[in-house]
Design a protein around this ligand. Structure first.
Ligand SMILES: *[C@@H]1O[C@H](CO)[C@@H](O)[C@H](O)[C@H]1NC(C)=O
Ligand SMILES: *[C@@H]1O[C@H](CO)[C@@H](O)[C@H](O)[C@H]1NC(C)=O
Ligand SMILES: *[C@@H]1O[C@H](CO)[C@@H](O)[C@H](O)[C@H]1NC(C)=O
Length: 409
């Protein structure tokens, strides 16, 4: 298949722009996605751990099981950064390990310089992951860095380049250049792959990160406009390298409404969902939903879904509920020391129902789990995992949800 890029046809009175993409590339049309000339509404899932799984039969199995269950879109991490030498007590607290030997790591830092690992534990590993996705016919949303300390992320760049604050990632020119170097490496490497659904600028960008594991927020350097400006700059850069794949921000979808006293609507974290969605080179919007972590109720969360569906209509671009989860009983007890009268099926089911009713373009639950079939045994449970084999949850939240969405195809 070939790319016919930006074929311009000039007419007497108007300019008709006919852009076609290679077969298997996802595009947008108004408020929904398109694939191979047809509307592409989907349910999908998150599997960040496929990124460091080094058994390729396992990755093959994960993608195959997800796709067979009707989940053709999988989000995973396209970053993994560390210092070449681990400093105990250093920031960001990406991991407790002292040596990166044998671990998957894509970029290492020493003396203010980065080395990109193109070997078997580096980009050749991600090559295999992308190629397995191609074989299994799944589409990947690839996240290019992390707001948080897990697997490195923003602060690894900033601290190694002499920065002090978390939010410098968005405006320190040296840090931006280093991040663009990584973006260019990844985006150009896979620009022809139909397995890439979209490039995602960052996982959950905010002005601030974790008070213990990350660099602090600067006293007054970051507002919602800071991240919007950064998102504009980076998305424009990605489109210059790879005009055919979709680009998204990867934020949690917070609103920036002056005077709104609800923190998720007041803009304090540096996200203006509507302004970002309007950016020329961001093709669709994302939001995340964790009322457990956010001290919010299930009905509040349902309204958050509806408010994003409204923004989808207003701006006229697709919006996806990109991560959403509700703690298990044990997970809630362990993490919050509380109980809830909502089961996961009730809570998550309510948000899925709202997403369907208001026709969100897609959703990816957090996170995909398998009890059997992996060389490592049962896959990781962070308190939010939905195991495909557990029909009490997977029948309503995966199989029935997938069937409801398929009616639109
Ligand atoms: C990483 O390296 C930087 C620069 O030397 C240092 O300030 C930081 O503490 C290190 N972090 C870790 C986790 O090793
Ligand atoms: C949970 O409790 C709240 C407050 O008591 C109530 O409004 C809600 O309907 C209950 N939900 C379920 C699913 O029982
Ligand atoms: C399956 O999910 C239900 C509902 O959340 C839970 O109560 C049960 O323990 C799970 N079963 C297994 C085998 O994990």
């Amino acid at each position: 298949m070939f790319a016919k890029l930006g074929a311009f046809v000039a007419c007497a009175t108007s300019l008709v722009v006919a852009t076609s993409v290679p077969s298997g590339f996802v595009t947008t049309k108004g408020t929904h996605f398109q694939l191979n000339g047809k509307p592409f509404y989907f349910a999908g899932t998150n599997s960040y751990w496929s990124q460091y799984t080094t058994n390729y039969d396992d990755i093959n199995f994960i993608f195959k099981r997800a796709n067979t269950a009707g989940l053709p879109v999988i989000r995973t991490w396209g970053f993994n950064d560390a210092n070449a030498t681990f400093t105990a007590g250093g920031l960001p607290m990406y991991s407790a390990y002292n040596s990166i030997a044998g671990q998957i790591v894509y970029q290492t830092w020493a003396d203010g310089k980065v080395t990109i690992n193109t070997g078997a534990t580096g980009l050749q590993h991600f090559d295999k992951l992308v190629s397995i996705a191609e074989q299994q016919g799944v589409k990947l949303i690839v996240t290019l860095t992390n707001n948080w300390a897990d697997y490195g992320g923003m602060d690894v760049y900033t601290i190694n380049l002499g920065g002090t604050y978390h939010d410098e990632f968005y405006y320190n020119p040296t840090v931006i250049a280093a991040y663009k170097n990584w973006v260019k490496t990844v985006v150009t490497r896979y620009k022809n792959s139909p397995a890439i659904f979209a490039w995602e600028l960052a996982n959950e960008p905010r002005c601030e990160a974790d008070g213990t594991r990350n660099l602090p927020r600067s006293p007054s350097g970051c507002t919602a406009a800071t991240i919007t400006t950064w998102a504009d700059q980076i998305s424009t850069y990605i489109k210059s390298l790879d005009p055919l794949h979709l680009v998204t921000l990867g934020d949690e979808g917070f609103f920036n409404e002056p005077g709104n006293s609800d923190w998720a609507y007041g803009g304090g974290d540096g996200i203006d969902f509507v302004a970002n969605l309007k950016l020329k080179n961001l093709d669709f919007g994302t939001f995340h939903l964790y009322p457990d972590w956010w001290s919010k109720t299930v009905p509040w969360a349902t309204q958050f879904v509806i408010d994003h569906a409204t923004a989808q209509q207003q701006v006229g671009k697709p919006v996806i509920m990109e991560e959403y989860g509700w703690l298990s009983v044990a997970g809630r007890e362990q993490n919050l020391g509380t109980t809830s009268n909502y089961t996961r099926v009730e809570a998550v089911g309510a948000w899925q129902e709202a997403a369907l009713e208001h026709k969100l373009a897609g959703d990816l639950f957090w996170q995909f789990g398998l009890e059997k079939g992996l060389s490592t045994g049962t896959s990781t449970d962070d308190g939010f995992t939905i195991y495909l084999e557990n029909l009490t949850e997977s029948q309503p939240l995966i199989y029935n949800h997938v069937a409801a969405i398929k009616q639109w195809l």
